[in-house]
Design a protein. Structure first.
Length: 484
């Protein structure tokens, strides 16, 4: 076998591969035997048809096509290996010539892994914020813990206010006519959750269980149901059970139930240490992200289109998996946010390109510095998963092998090592965390109000209630995975 390689286009190679006549003859014989097994000719048993009879019956083309299939894969793999090429997609193949007693010639156009040009990556200038934990931080965290362990209890004769969960029956009309999905019974509405159309929840505040309330609202102009956009609506609401939050007391007994310590004082120390550890981890992650940003700034590379498309596929596949866990699918999600699949892919293109560029740059660092996933590294990661899933490390490793995830684990370890190398060899300046300054009170515009997140869309699609506020934004939150 012999081959020629042309690299006239960035990230592409065209191989012209020639297979010798002896190999061609053997391949044609194998092809004949294989084709003969699938052809029935009167007077002959399957697989026993003479070659000339078979060719008379079906022609020579099917045999030559099968012979080409037999020869192409090993010849292509050998050429790629000898030339040291790194394909990122299946090749486009064109048969130039094939026949008995002659060489087999074919061309393979293949997209190659990009070769980045990276500037000086040692000595990157990074800044690490030194984490600190104040008494107020500890108190705030304890308040959050107490809130998480709160109970919602029914209260007789209590007025509805923020934080309550109210069971309501409601029936909505537009111009006196009921509309699909505009009514429900015993619906548990969280007051202050902004679950319903703006203004709906506010009009329930101050009322008590057993009261009937008329709620007047206007559907937003960007509401997901076309026929309700901008329409004035009236809801007849009956307030049922009103449940209010009951907070547990911070006592030694409570502390024993929720933590590894036994007294309130020890619990405060435990929280302080936990917050310090979290702060340090957060600072380390921020430093790694800085290193990646700095690396991308000094990296020049042309990313093949196929790699970007595959990364977008990965993003959307991950999103679909998350949605499917709640019994939903992408079509429902896209319907809620009013986007097409093409628009979703376009919105995630920049993130996908950045993600691929990050991986390419980090792999180049790993290559230059000879960073590899050692067996000890792999065992450590497998052990972590085993502990989290209460399984044996051997079982986890077998699952990774059988599912094809083992290579992904190795890939991830190498990327992590490259990031760690950048940080270790960077010039890091440590600065103290800045104290938060109070700003004049103003109405906040939260991210929840600016964009429909995947979580919000999931909840809405699950309920399929047109009452939901369709606070769609001009952009949809990215489904990008964590880079590297």
């Amino acid at each position: 076998m012999k081959y020629e390689v042309k690299k006239d286009v960035v990230n592409e190679a065209e191989l012209t591969i020639t297979v010798d006549t002896d190999t061609v003859a053997k391949a044609i014989n194998k092809a004949y035997l294989k084709v003969a097994k699938d052809v029935t000719i009167p007077g002959f048993r399957k697989g026993k048809v003479p070659k000339f009879v078979l060719e008379q019956r079906i022609g020579q083309a099917p045999i030559l096509e099968e012979a080409a299939e037999i020869m192409m894969s090993p010849a292509y793999a050998q050429a790629i290996s000898e030339e040291g090429l790194e394909p990122v997609a299946r090749p486009e193949v064109e048969i130039v010539s094939i026949g008995e007693a002659e060489e087999f010639v074919f061309k393979a156009k293949v997209t190659l892994h990009p070769e980045p040009k990276i500037g000086e990556y040692k000595g990157l200038k990074l800044t690490k914020t030194e984490s600190s934990v104040t008494k107020k931080d500890v108190e705030a965290e304890i308040e959050r813990v107490i809130d998480r362990h709160s109970k919602m209890c029914a209260v007789e004769g209590a007025a509805v206010e923020d934080g309550d969960i109210v069971s309501i029956d409601y029936k909505g009309t537009v111009d006196g006519v009921e509309f699909p999905g505009g009514s429900a019974e015993k619906y548990p509405l969280g007051i202050g959750s902004d679950t319903f159309i703006p203004g709906f929840e506010d009009q329930l505040k101050g009322h008590k269980s057993g009261e009937d309330v008329t709620v007047n609202v206007t559907f937003p102009e960007d509401y997901h149901a076309e026929e309700l956009k901008g329409k004035a609506a009236q809801f007849a609401v009956h307030i049922g059970e009103v449940r209010k939050k009951e907070l547990p007391e911070l006592t030694d007994d409570f502390v024993k139930l929720i933590s590894p310590v036994e007294t309130v004082d020890d619990y405060k120390k435990h929280i302080e240490e936990t917050l310090k550890e979290q702060g340090e981890r957060s600072a380390d992650e921020a430093l790694k992200n800085q290193a990646i940003d700095a690396l991308l700034d000094i990296t020049e590379v042309v990313i093949p289109e196929v790699m970007i498309e595959e990364k977008i596929d990965s993003f959307i596949s991950d999103m679909n998996s998350r949605l499917s866990q709640q019994g939903l699918d992408l079509d429902q999600y896209l319907g809620y946010i009013g986007k097409t699949m093409e628009e979703l892919r376009t919105e995630n293109r920049a993130s996908a390109e950045r993600s691929v560029k990050t991986e390419v740059a980090l792999l180049e660092i790993a290559k230059q510095e000879k960073l590899e996933a050692e067996e000890t590294d792999i065992d450590a990661e497998v052990t972590k998963v085993a502990l989290m899933t209460n399984a044996k490390p051997e079982e986890i490793k077998d699952r990774l092998m059988s599912s094809g995830q083992y290579g992904i684990l190795v890939f991830t370890i190498i990327l992590k090592k490259a990031i760690d190398f950048l940080v270790k060899n960077a010039e890091v300046t440590v600065e103290k965390a800045k104290k938060a300054t109070k700003k004049p009170t103003a109405k906040k515009t939260t991210k929840k109000e600016e964009t429909v997140t995947e979580e919000a869309a999931t909840e809405t699609a699950a309920e399929e209630k047109p009452k939901k506020t369709a606070k769609k934004a001009e952009k949809t939150e990215s489904v990008e995975n964590t880079e590297a």
